[in-house]
Design a binder for this molecule. Structure first.
Ligand code: ADP
Ligand code: MG
Length: 725
């Protein structure tokens, strides 16, 4: 890592030439997925019988025989070698939030010492990376430090190309020796199984043809870009991914002239390159545009099945990093790189689809099916009403704390935005007291208005954390740097549990002789009345909402340690255990890792800030103070009186006092960091003391930035970071 001084970095950034993009000669459709071991590759390398067996397993996530694994490994290897791959890796998602991979060569020596290429069933199915360096929340004791990765056949293998190096990557889960989850993928897959079980039961009430229900996810990835030289000239960006100090620029995002504006040349090159590489890997990215804040952008794909969509998002974040470097840029995935301008999120568009091709959250053109829509719709609202605090907990992190509730991203209060038409429908349902046959028929007729809903999709409410947007729910609380798995796992589990409850209650009503449609309607009505409190159509940023939400009994967890407590509350433990998503010990371990990540992130920030203050800020302002002092002495020497250097004197004093405050804050930070406490206590102390002290420290530094000679300031300023030319 080279380091630049500010003016040098600005010169480099301004003169940087655009890096050329290798534009393929073919259309996207011709090279889409060429680096994926997909149906086409399997068709080429497996016999029709074996291909059919594999396709079935991939779809249903069924267990795989050793024999079949051997055939697949063989086919995968032939395919990968034909593409120039020399190595393979199990690719997994540890609780650090990013991805990990350990590479092995296809090359080996056989028992006669002959050099051969080999990829066995064993190598495909299981690997043993050194697990000890990944967070485990105490699940592993040192004597069984091993972790295992195991193939997830529901997500296709792919080839990563880094210049000449090509590696076959196999998506895997990561578990302890005893099979306990150490990653995001295993709980996600389990949550999907749980939800699917009850979703199918509900679907079959309406359509016996449905055999499979799957979750769909379309994420929208926001990010910032900046020049590599500027990135390296700021210790805070290089070490923490965000600016810890910096006075806001005279021109920030007030003019809102960036949103949907023209994309700068160098960024355009980056985006194009990223799209090409994503498409080769089968990531169906489609939309790109500028975002609200200067130098902020967004990228979104066509939605996919949940597990694959998440793998693709994880892969994309790695690609973004790599391709940005190629273009001499750096991508900032941090939720809040710059104070005073919007941060970045990752909206998760979530829905349910059937193997009969139906989106269960899309109001049907066939009115008779709208009861099914309403059933999934209301049960989802009911789930958020009961278990919404878990959704909040699932997106808690030190960096997301800057966004949630900061009037640019959804509030930390979880509520559901329903929209005008559906609110009308639900209220109609709630008011109609009769559960008689005519009552039901009347309501079913009303449901006929639903197909117009997609057209009525204009009243989008951007301030809602959980919004219905015509044919899907949009979870808006997820942070830009996060693995989507945690919130998606929780949402699947919550809705699964609610559907299970619905199935039980429905069975009781049916057994008591109630007619099916009337029974379903009665339950939907009851659930809506119970859950109504969580529905909110107004401005989620307003103070009135905070008060009203409190009156409605909705929680507002504004910091991570408190939000995370929900994970280990008795009801949450029960829910995780009942759904099979995480056992009690796994849940506690995951909770502990989240707290550890929180503490670690803040600790790195505090230490970086202390460094910046002592080695970059104080020396710079002392120089300036010296200049002022020399000036005062000289003015005095030539006989001027005090009136003439009043401003100099007060500035010298101001600088002196600020330096004392900076020193005091740095000492305080050190003291807070050095306390020996339990992990939960430490998280709270960091939240209550470390974060506010860092804020005070920043205020002193930003004040000094505003009064110090620009030539003395070594860190690029906001106006320089936030403008691309
Ligand atoms: P926005 O206005 O918020 O950008 P869009 O309508 O462009 O919203 O869609 C955002 C995302 O929603 C896209 O990634 C899209 O693929 C996804 N999406 C659309 N339909 C579904 C669905 N049924 N399930 C999951 N995601 C979906
Ligand atoms: Mg969106």
């Amino acid at each position: 890592m080279s380091s630049h001084n500010r003016f040098n970095a600005i010169d480099i950034a301004l003169e940087r030439a655009r890096v050329a993009v290798n534009q393929p000669n073919e259309l996207t459709s011709a090279f889409f997925g060429t680096n994926v071991f997909d149906q086409k590759a399997m068709n080429d390398y497996l016999s029709p019988v074996l291909h059919a067996q594999v396709a079935q397993i991939m779809q249903k996530g069924e267990a795989l025989t050793r024999e079949l694994a051997a055939h697949i490994a063989d086919a995968m290897q032939k395919w990968a070698i034909s593409k120039g791959a020399t190595h393979y890796a199990h690719w997994f998602q540890p609780l650090t939030g990013r991805t990990a991979e350990k590479h092995d060569s296809f090359f080996t020596l056989d028992n006669k010492g002959q050099a051969i290429e080999l990829f066995s069933a064993d190598a495909l199915v299981q690997q043993e990376p050194d697990g000890s360096s990944f967070p485990d929340g105490g699940l592993r004791t040192t004597f069984e430090a091993r972790g295992y990765t195991a193939w997830d056949p529901t997500s296709p293998a792919f080839i990563i190309e880094v210049n000449e190096a090509k590696t076959l990557c196999i998506p895997t889960i990561f578990v302890t020796y005893g099979g306990q989850s150490l990653d995001y993928k295993l709980p996600l897959l389990k949550s999907q199984q749980f939800l699917q079980k009850y979703a199918i039961q509900v679907c079959q009430l309406f359509d016996p043809q449905v055999n499979r229900v799957f979750v769909t996810l379309g994420w929208e990835q926001e990010y910032f870009l900046l020049d590599e030289a500027l990135f390296h000239s700021r210790m805070d960006l290089a070490l923490t991914g965000r600016t810890l100090v910096g006075k806001s620029a005279a021109k920030g995002q007030q003019l809102e002239d960036h949103y949907f504006g023209a994309i700068p040349d160098r960024v355009y090159g980056f985006m194009r390159d990223l799209e090409i590489e994503s498409h080769k890997l089968g990531i169906p990215v489609r939309t790109r545009h500028n975002e609200v804040a200067p130098t902020q952008y967004e990228l979104a794909p066509i939605y996919e099945e949940l597990n694959i969509a998440i793998d693709h998002n994880q892969l994309l974040m790695d690609l973004m990093d790599r391709i940005a470097r190629k273009h001499k840029l750096r991508v900032l995935l941090h939720e809040k790189p710059y104070a005073g301008v919007n941060g970045s999120g990752k909206h998760n568009n979530w829905s349910l689809a059937t193997d009969t091709g139906k989106n269960l959250l899309s109001p049907s053109r066939m009115p008779s099916k709208n009861l099914q829509f309403l059933c999934f719709f209301v049960n989802t609202i009911a789930a958020v009403h009961k278990y919404g605090d878990l959704l909040r907990a699932s997106v808690a992190s030190a960096s997301n704390d800057h966004r949630l509730g900061a009037n640019e991203a959804p509030p930390a209060i979880v509520s559901v935005f329903v929209g005008e038409t559906l609110t009308r429908v639900l209220n109609e349902l709630a008011q109609d007291g009769e559960n008689t046959d005519t009552g039901v028929k009347k309501f079913i007729n009303l449901l006929d208005t639903l197909p117009n809903l997609e057209l009525d999709n204009t009243d989008r409410n951007r301030t809602s954390p959980f919004a219905f947007t015509g044919n899907k729910f949009e979870v808006r609380m997820v942070g830009s740097s996060m693995n989507c798995s945690a919130p998606m796992t929780v949402l699947n589990m919550m809705v699964g549990k609610q559907l299970k409850h619905f199935c039980t209650e429905l069975d009781n009503l049916l057994a008591a002789g109630t007619e099916k449609e009337a029974a379903i309607l009665a339950l939907i009505k009851k659930y809506y009345l119970e859950a109504k409190n969580v529905c909110f159509e107004g401005d989620g940023y307003s103070d009135e909402w905070k008060q009203e939400a409190a009156a409605r009994g909705l929680n507002n967890f504004t910091d991570t340690p408190t939000a995370l407590d929900v994970y280990i509350s008795p009801w949450a433990e029960e829910l995780f255990a009942e759904s099979g998503v995480l056992s009690r010990s796994e849940l506690h371990a995951h909770h502990e890792v989240k707290l550890e990540n929180y503490i670690l992130q803040l600790e790195i920030e505090a230490r970086t800030m202390e460094d910046i203050a002592m080695t970059q800020i104080i020396p710079a302002v002392l120089n300036y103070q010296n200049t002022l002092s020399t000036n005062v002495l000289q003015l005095q020497d030539i006989g001027f009186d005090k009136d003439i250097f009043k401003w100099q004197m007060s500035t010298i004093k101001d600088i002196g006092q600020r330096i004392q405050q900076i020193d005091r804050c740095c000492n305080e930070l050190k003291q807070i960091r050095n306390q020996r406490l339990s992990i939960r206590e430490q998280a709270q102390v960091y939240c209550d003391k470390l974060v506010p002290t860092m804020q005070t420290l920043r205020e002193h530094i930003d004040h000094l930035e505003g009064i110090t000679d620009d030539q003395e300031w070594v860190m690029p300023k906001y106006r320089e970071l936030l403008i691309f030319r």
